[in-house]
Write a protein that binds this ligand. Structure first.
Ligand SMILES: NC(=O)c1ccc[n+]([C@@H]2O[C@H](COP(=O)([O-])OP(=O)(O)OC[C@H]3O[C@@H](n4cnc5c(N)ncnc54)[C@H](OP(=O)(O)O)[C@@H]3O)[C@@H](O)[C@H]2O)c1
Length: 258
């Protein structure tokens, strides 16, 4: 069979594989979302950087051949998410990284229902909301990518709601791939990434994590936001990948480290 018969689009490998495409990153103001914003802009996309913080508090983004626009959204608020996608209109690729800070994790016996729910609201339901209102505007050859973490498969004591939210997102991924096809739906499961997420964690704990990653991860280093940006770009541009959880972890779950 030829590519024409199977309707396979031409390979999107090139210097600007996202040229002419619009990418929305919910959580693009920091961390892995910021890594994906740069990767997509360097691949030629017009990228909408969505997050809660004021425009004046956002870091500069290098864009390469692409371009960047800023939008304010609270991903856990239905009206706010609806408004974001009404304003954006039609687009191509959605990457959702938004999540509460580590302070919102918590041991079972210290939490009431409101506290436990807050992590699910900020991680699982915010991702669901972005998919719910973003999917209506995504072109047929577009994609949605969620973000979880290795505690989906290897829990950390005292953070059961993180594992629950990640597990739910990973389980939802192939279900939505089936339902929303031909729009593709995938998840990235990162390992330890040296990002702003760790800024509020005491420096000695943070440094200990980074040191253990250098000593014990099979790749002998912790991750960078660019590692995840690279993976997000792959999932946006490979039109035959859907319903998968792509682990980008340096081999974290293969070793004992935390
Ligand atoms: N870093 C790691 O080592 C690591 C490892 C595994 C998994 N993860 C998971 O990966 C996710 C992101 O990590 P990261 O390192 O990229 O974190 P980060 O640097 O703290 O970035 C989080 C982003 O989410 C946005 N955000 C949070 N709540 C939001 C909301 N309600 N509405 C809109 N935007 C919101 C923040 O933007 P605003 O402040 O502008 O709202 C920020 O851009 C988390 O789920 C984390 O648990 C992280």
């Amino acid at each position: 069979m030829t590519n024409e018969e199977t309707q396979v689009p031409p390979l999107t490998i090139g210097s600007a594989p996202l040229a002419g495409k619009t990418v929305v990153v919910v959580g693009g103001t920091s961390g892995m979302g910021r890594g994906a914003v740069s990767a997509a802009a360097y691949a030629g996309a017009h990228v909408i950087v969505a997050g809660r913080r004021a425009l004046t508090e956002r870091p500069e983004v290098a864009t390469g051949p692409g371009s960047v626009a800023q939008a304010v959204v609270d991903a856990a608020d239905e009206d706010s998410v609806k408004q974001l996608f009404d304003d954006v209109g039609e687009f191509d690729h959605l990457f959702v990284t938004a999540a509460p800070k580590p302070g919102n994790w918590g041991p079972l016996l210290t939490q009431d229902l409101t506290a436990a729910r807050s992590y699910l609201d900020g991680k699982f339901w915010s991702s669901w909301l972005s998919a719910r209102y973003g999917a209506e505007q995504i072109h047929r050859d577009g994609s949605i990518t969620f973000l979880t973490g290795c505690s989906a498969i290897r829990p950390v004591s005292g953070a059961a709601m993180v594992t629950a939210a990640f597990g739910a997102l990973e389980a939802m991924t192939p279900a939505l791939a089936l339902e929303l096809g031909p729009v593709r739906v995938n998840t990235i499961r990162p390992g330890l990434i040296q990002s702003e997420m760790w800024d509020d964690v005491p420096v000695e704990i943070r440094d200990d994590f980074y040191r253990k990653a250098r000593e014990r991860f099979p790749v002998r280093r912790g991750g960078a936001v660019e590692d995840v940006g690279h993976a997000a770009l792959f999932l946006m541009t490979n039109s035959f990948v859907t319903g998968v959880v792509l682990e980008v972890s340096g081999g974290e779950p293969l070793v004992t480290w935390a």
